[in-house]
Design a protein around this ligand. Structure first.
Ligand code: 45D
Length: 149
């Protein structure tokens, strides 16, 4: 179920990937404790998070789309060197910044594709450990590994 969910997620449009991540966060938010994400991990992502905080909404959206689309930019390469759990912590913190109004909000009327809605449904039915595994895999695949080829 984990591999299948990751596969369907990866085939979603970039916008649907961002939307599903967001909806996953709103569902799981309460179960992910700030302690679990770890201050040390966030420190490594802090430079990127600070850059995002200083961007316009349009630029923030572009950076997130670049990550999901694996476009090669300085930002996506900096993201690429983070560990899997630090990448998760980065996305978690981005969601928190969205909630606090520092990051571009989801459009309230966003329409997920059928595949997007299906991934989300499947994700909800997995247990917490499997959900983390799926999320860790999809955020690990995002960005660009500057050491690859
Ligand atoms: O205009 O270290 C659209 C543990 C449409 C423990 C849009 C852990 C067009 C160890 C693109 C939709 C394993 C528990 C706009 C860590 C449009 C550890 C905008 C786990 C505006 C870290 C879309 C942590 C936007 C976990 C802005 C499980 C979308 C963390 C933004 C999970 C989406 C984190 C964002 C998750 C989603 C974060 C920011 C699921 C973030 C999700």
């Amino acid at each position: 179920a984990v591999a299948a969910t990751v596969a369907v997620f990866t085939n979603l449009s970039v916008d649907d990937q961002l939307a599903v991540l967001w909806y996953a966060y709103t569902e799981m938010g309460r179960s992910i404790t700030p302690a679990a994400t770890g201050a040390a991990r966030l420190q490594l992502a802090e430079g990127l998070l600070n850059q995002i905080k200083q961007m316009s909404h349009a630029e923030q959206l572009q950076v997130m789309r670049d990550l999901a689309a694996k476009r090669n930019t300085q930002f996506t390469r900096s993201y690429g060197v983070l560990s899997a759990n630090t990448k998760l912590a980065f996305w978690y913190e981005l969601s928190e910044l969205m909630v606090k109004g520092f990051v571009v909000p989801m459009p309230p009327n966003y329409q997920l594709s059928r595949d997007g809605a299906q991934v989300l449904e499947t994700l909800k039915q997995l247990d917490f450990g499997q959900q983390i595994t799926v999320l860790r895999k999809v955020v690990t695949d995002m960005g660009v590994d500057p050491l690859a080829d």
